[in-house]
Design a protein around this ligand. Structure first.
Ligand SMILES: Nc1nc2c(ncn2[C@@H]2O[C@H](COP(=O)(O)OP(=O)(O)OP(=O)(O)O)[C@@H](O)[C@H]2O)c(=O)[nH]1
Ligand SMILES: [Mg+2]
Length: 403
């Protein structure tokens, strides 16, 4: 066996971790991810035009270690495969950030040292709590723009923010622009314990995006089917497996929306961009199906769940959740109190990678019953982020768990 094959084999068996990039708008998440991965994860024309992230971005790397430290260039021993998910910081895109948070094991909260703690710094931290993301790394970015006094004050503010929420979190001063301390972030990622991956049980694949990978003008015999991107929460998926996708395709009939479960076969599987025969949990992945390519276009199947045929629960529009409100409204400037949840009010719920609007049917102590506008595939114990429309913005006000 030649040397490169040894390295390759070793890489295929590496523990994989999903890391989210979160934090306030313009604090440097995408720039930092570029330095960490070599990939500019914002690619859509609108994103490039406006200079902000709108959709979730993705980049995969392997972290290596040699006597000089950690790197991604292949020096030394391969230690860990990392799938990064880059979230938008814009306050209107909190729902997208929440669906990204459903897929991660840990997060890098980027805080620009010159601006300090901002509304979405706090809101994203709350979102991580809501989605039960246990592992956190704080990057104090743009350190090149502040003096030592400002850096110190910012550090103290961060410590105050984390108090009682996240303990013993590494806080790393970084300049993404000037490549300062990037290797320290690799080290912190390597130190995150990887929770046990559940390969038993029926597969549960959460779809975060769906697309058509065909270039215009492709000959019919070379066309690929719809592709689903997301992450496998549990179980194993193999090429050739018969799968179902729920809630599936939206059909409008007599002004009513219906959902049609899709059944198809797995044509090929990818971990990051690497073609594989089977998927196990960990990392961001995609499934090429036999479905007509147009069915997956423009994220039409984002928020769906995939398993083997006949193995998913029925979709539902009625759920009960055990909930808890945050002490104040996050995401705004000022300290606004959160009013109690009332019967008949409309709230937005983030469940796995899906979003739904729910009307409150009953509130009893710490349990709410909802009637949902968009059905979901619900599993007991799933985390729910709860947002309320306050002055035309959806703001995270609490979280819960499906009963
Ligand atoms: N001086 C300095 N500028 C930085 C640094 N990191 C990022 N920037 C700049 O900050 C601006 C915003 O960077 P982005 O990476 O797009 O920020 P973002 O957090 O991804 O923004 P959204 O995705 O829209 O929330 C860009 O002009 C970057 O060049 C840094 O370490 N130092
Ligand atoms: Mg960005």
């Amino acid at each position: 066996m030649v040397k490169s094959d040894v390295k390759k084999n070793n890489e295929n068996e590496l523990p994989t971790i999903n890391i989210g990039m979160v934090g306030h708008i313009d604090h440097g998440k995408t720039t930092l991810l570029y330095k960490l991965s070599g990939k500019w994860a914002s690619t859509h024309s609108e994103e490039l035009k406006r200079g902000i992230t709108i959709k979730l971005g993705y980049a995969d790397i392997v972290i290596y270690k040699d006597e000089k430290g950690y790197n991604r260039e292949g020096r030394g021993k391969a230690i860990r495969h990392v799938s990064f998910i880059d979230a938008p910081g814009h306050e209107m895109l909190m729902a997208t950030m929440l669906s990204g948070a459903a897929m991660i094991d840990g997060a890098i909260l980027v805080i620009a040292a010159n601006e300090g703690i901002k509304p979405q710094t706090i809101e994203h931290l709350a979102a991580l709590q809501a989605k039960k993301v246990k592992n956190l790394i704080i990057v104090q970015n743009k350190i090149d723009l502040v003096d030592i006094e400002q850096a110190r004050k910012n550090y103290n503010d961060i410590m105050e923010l984390l108090k009682g929420k996240y303990d013993n979190v590494p806080i790393i001063p970084v300049s993404a622009l000037q490549d300062i301390n990037i290797d320290k972030i690799y080290e912190a990622i390597v130190n995150i314990p990887i929770s046990e991956r559940k390969t038993e049980g029926e597969p549960i694949f959460l779809v975060a995006r769906s697309f058509d990978i065909n270039k215009p003008g492709t000959k019919p015999e070379n066309l690929h089917g719809a592709v689903l991107g997301g992450t496998l929460k549990q179980g194993i998926l193999k090429v050739g497996d018969e799968i179902e996708i729920k809630p599936g395709m939206v059909i409008r009939e007599a002004n009513q929306l219906h959902y049609k479960t899709l059944k198809t076969k797995i044509v090929s599987l990818f971990r990051g961009t690497k073609k594989v025969d089977k998927l196990t949990p960990g990392g961001s992945m995609s499934i090429e199906t036999e479905l007509d390519m147009t069915i997956g276009k423009n994220d039409a199947l984002a928020g769906c769940v995939v398993s083997h045929v006949g193995k998913l629960p029925e979709i539902t529009t009625n759920i009960s959740i055990k909930y808890q409100l945050f002490p104040e409204v996050y995401g705004t400037i000022g300290h606004e109190k959160i009013n109690e949840i009332k019967v008949s009010e409309m709230l937005m719920l983030s469940i796995n990678t899906s979003m739904s609007v729910g009307i409150v049917k009953k509130v009893k102590k710490d349990v709410i019953e909802f009637s949902l506008k968009i059905p979901i595939v619900s599993f007991r114990g799933d985390n729910v982020g709860i947002a309320r429309n306050i002055n035309n913005h959806w703001r995270l006000i609490g979280y819960g768990e499906i009963l």
